[in-house]
Design a protein around this ligand. Structure first.
Ligand code: KG4
Ligand code: ZN
Length: 334
């Protein structure tokens, strides 16, 4: 079975073809970063228009690369995300579903992130514990099987990616902030500043990152008032270390509590190399198997949407008629 995946929830146009026999056959991703960078963040109307411009050519490119005329099903991101952007993908998926007479499957974007490790040759088996961290979500989830989730903890304020992006903005690193901050952190000393590790010792699995962000802001203000030179690399490295430390400690505590042997890291922030390294080394020390999706499948992409679509289709949990399109800006996965 061949599933065409379409992702248009934010600032990347993604298309992929996933085969249940051979895995990922072809995929394409167009980033809108250059279009939005001048505005310092994503402009929804520009995002929608660019998805319209790019989606059909990318679908053609992927179908040509895969050498097929039509897929057996189409999966698209139905939300959460920018509604205008989602409607481009949803409209295209449903239009093509009608033309090709094939089922159309709406996929929750975060469920897509969650299954990204399934693209690996050696995927995790259910049950596992997932740390799902992106620009809008930070969740620790006990995953019994696809669709059967128990939320163990979440953020009380900023999502992890949001904390990266806001801190990057504060440091004048522009958009997209997370990767820029992470790149500078590589040049810095993670021990330079002892930023707080919010809630690390609390006996629950929730997170809070706004205090850490404020602590960085205070540090910057104090030094600027004194006229001191800021060491941005050291600030980035110390901030990143505080985040990674909290995420890894909470994840390991949750994994011990729910007696799973496998830990999955997913979502855009899972692309952070320091977080990947710490999670692997500390997790393995405690005999957990740690699964990290390849970096290109951590951030938004359509391969994860095609795979999630396949699993939903197989379980027949989510299937629309080809004229029943739904998109939503916000929605809980659990
Ligand atoms: O999953 P994603 O691509 O989009 C959402 O669904 O939100 O995640 C984007 C988030 C952004 O906040 C971005 O700054 C962050 O992931 N991010 C990173 C890195 N790469 C992306 N944060 C830290 N380090 C990175 N290398
Ligand atoms: Zn995402």
């Amino acid at each position: 079975m061949n599933i065409l995946g379409i992702e248009t929830s934010c600032d990347e146009t993604g298309v992929a073809l996933y085969s249940t026999e051979t895995g990922l056959v072809a995929h394409a991703l167009h980033s809108q970063v250059d279009l939005h960078a001048v505005y310092g963040g994503v402009v929804p109307e520009i995002a929608s228009r660019d998805h319209i411009r790019m989606l059909l050519p990318l679908i053609q490119q992927v179908m040509d690369a895969a050498g097929i005329d039509k897929p057996d099903a189409i999966a698209y991101t139905a939300g959460p995300g920018l509604v205008g952007a989602l409607m481009v993908g949803g409209g295209m998926a449903n239009g093509l579903g009608l033309a090709w007479d094939c089922p159309v499957i709406p996929v929750h974007h975060m469920e897509g992130h969650l299954v990204a490790p399934m693209l690996e040759d050696d995927p995790p088996a259910f049950p596992f514990l997932a740390l799902l961290v992106s620009g809008g979500h930070s969740m620790l989830i006990a995953v019994r099987e696809l669709g059967d989730y128990r939320l163990l903890g979440t953020t009380l304020d900023d999502a992890v990616g949001e904390a990266f992006d806001k801190t990057a903005k504060l440091l004048g690193l522009g958009y997209p902030g997370g990767p820029a901050l992470a790149a500078l952190a590589e040049e810095g000393d993670e021990q330079a500043f002892d930023f707080p590790r919010p809630m690390i010792n609390k006996p629950n699995f929730d997170f809070s990152f706004s205090g850490l962000k404020t602590s960085v802001a205070n540090h910057v203000n104090t030094h600027q008032q004194k006229g001191d030179q800021l060491n941005t690399e050291d600030i980035c490295a110390s901030f990143q270390e505080a985040i990674a430390d909290v995420l890894v400690e909470k994840t390991l505590a949750a994994a011990r509590t729910c007696s799973v042997s496998q830990i999955v890291l997913a979502g855009g922030v899972a692309a952070n190399q320091r977080l990947r390294d710490l999670m692997s080394s500390r997790g393995r020390k405690e005999n957990f198997s740690v699964f990290l999706p390849p970096i290109e499948y951590c951030t938004d992409n359509a391969a994860m949407i095609a795979v999630a679509g396949y699993h939903l289709f197989k379980n027949r949990k989510q299937l629309t008629s080809t004229i029943d399109m739904d998109v939503y800006s916000r929605s809980r996965m659990i």
